[in-house]
Design a protein around this ligand. Structure first.
Ligand code: GCO
Length: 451
């Protein structure tokens, strides 16, 4: 049991969550820039206007990555920083920022993995219907082509869209995230379909404009279903549940509706029946576009639910015991998800897998000794990565990106949740490596041998 020799140990961030540099940088507005100014939307009225000020401090942040020994860094580009109106006019200052960041990473021997879309829908495109507009696939393609033109001489690895489950589900069904709408279910299926078309168009455009062969994937999320025991029937129960489809009002929380069309070129039959009255027109041409071949499968995984096969031959959920472990944000601690998630995904989709996000929020504080002690995060990582190591025997797993490098703007929870391996004091922008960052450095050096 071991990780590949060339395993990519990394950490992840996203543009709006860390960059700041919103004003005076030539950037356009996106839906989060607007949403965070709405009273009552975000914890204590926090915004990403300054965030970790990474826009101005990226050199220091890359030095921190180097100190931790990261082999790879996953970050996202803000579409509206590059194309302020979403299409057309280019903001050269934004291009220069990402160029400098990429160069700094490469100079320090850190492999960049770029995500094109981590939820920064340009506001000008939102006004034209955003993902509801079938043209959105072309808009996103234009952006992808530009990114490939300008950066793919140095960047080889790309993810198109991040967690469509969230930007459609939280943005347009529950309204907790930008743009904060409670849209008809019918609309959200249309948006999802267009977002998948946009993914496909981006894959085409990245390749068409690439300066070298690229490795391309996308990065959906999922709550994993894992088995109570290793009995074949329990494994089968968990697998069935993992790829099952929920009720229409929660429909975005699933794997198969998003990933089957990308990897197989068709939506799951069960969903076509179940969601029939909400579906847009789906053409063969759309499905060909959506299933434009990709190279790798990225998956964000934070937790899961446990299942066993019931006496009646139907999967049943194993209830959590009282006092079950949880993180500060109230998510359960379920290390098994990092074994069974990648295994089930690999069995089904047969693509090399990257864990594009995993980590935990804790109530980290600076102690009297000036350090940030986070034994709970170390314990969490040891457990989760131990399970991922088991999965490495059963699936082709290429890398792991810890969420997150830095404490950052946690969407509608503002700065109240700390997911970083590096503590950020938002008053001074001072960074302090938490104990977990030192632990991770040792782990990387030994390629996880001691897990
Ligand atoms: C994502 C995630 C991150 C979050 C993290 C903790 O979409 O990639 O939502 O942006 O910060 O998952 O919630």
């Amino acid at each position: 049991m071991s990780f590949r020799k060339d395993f990519m140990w990394g950490a992840a961030t996203s543009a709006y969550q860390i960059e700041g540099g919103v004003y005076g940088t030539g950037k356009g507005m996106h839906v989060w820039d607007v949403f965070t100014k709405e009273p009552g939307r975000i914890f204590e009225g926090h915004t990403g206007d300054v965030a970790c000020d990474h826009y101005h401090r990226f050199r220091e942040d890359v030095a921190i990555m180097k100190e931790i020994g990261l082999k790879a860094y996953r970050f996202s580009m803000d579409w509206s920083r590059i194309l302020p109106e979403g299409t057309g006019r280019v903001n050269e200052e934004g291009i220069a920022f990402y160029n400098a960041l990429i160069d700094e990473l490469l100079k320090n021997g850190i492999e960049p993995f770029v995500t094109l879309y981590h939820w920064e829908l340009p506001y000008e495109l939102y006004k034209r219907g955003g993902w509801m507009n079938p043209q959105s696939a072309e808009w996103f393609g234009e952006y992808a082509a530009l990114v490939a033109d300008r950066f793919s001489d140095r960047v080889k690895n790309f993810f198109t869209i991040n967690e469509p489950q969230c930007f459609v589900g939280l943005g347009f069904l529950t309204g907790e995230h930008a743009p904060g709408l409670k849209s008809p279910i019918r609309d959200t299926f249309e948006m999802a379909h267009n977002a998948l078309r946009a993914h496909g168009r981006a894959v085409q455009q990245l390749r068409a404009h690439a300066h070298q062969p690229l490795t391309i994937g996308f990065a959906p999320t999922s709550g994993v279903c894992y088995p109570e025991t290793e009995k074949p029937e329990d494994i089968e129960a968990a697998r069935q549940m993992y790829f099952s489809l929920p009720d229409p009002e929660h429909w975005t929380w699933n794997v198969a509706w998003w990933s089957d069309p990308v990897l197989f070129g068709h939506y799951p039959e069960e969903g076509l029946v179940r969601y029939e009255k909400y579906l847009p027109k789906i053409t063969d041409e759309d499905l060909r576009l959506i299933s434009e071949p990709i190279d790798i499968y990225g998956q964000n995984i934070y937790n899961g639910r446990c299942f066993r096969m019931g006496a009646d031959g139907k999967p049943e959920e194993v209830t959590r015991y009282e006092g079950f472990g949880k993180t500060a944000i109230d998510w359960p601690v379920t290390p098994e998800c990092l074994r069974w998630g990648p295994k089930f995904l690999y069995d089904r989709y047969r693509k090399p897998i990257y864990i594009t996000e995993n980590g935990m929020s804790a109530h980290d504080v600076v102690s009297l000794d000036g350090k940030v002690h986070d034994p709970n995060r170390i314990d969490f990582l040891a457990r989760y990565l131990g399970e991922l190591k088991k999965a490495s025997d059963e699936a082709d797993i290429r890398g792991y990106f810890h969420w997150s490098l830095l404490d950052n703007f946690e969407w509608n929870k503002g700065y109240s949740e700390r997911f970083g391996m590096v503590y950020v004091d938002y008053r001074t922008q001072q960074r302090i490596l938490k104990d977990s960052a030192h632990w991770y450095r040792d782990l990387i050096q030994k390629n996880g041998a001691e897990l």
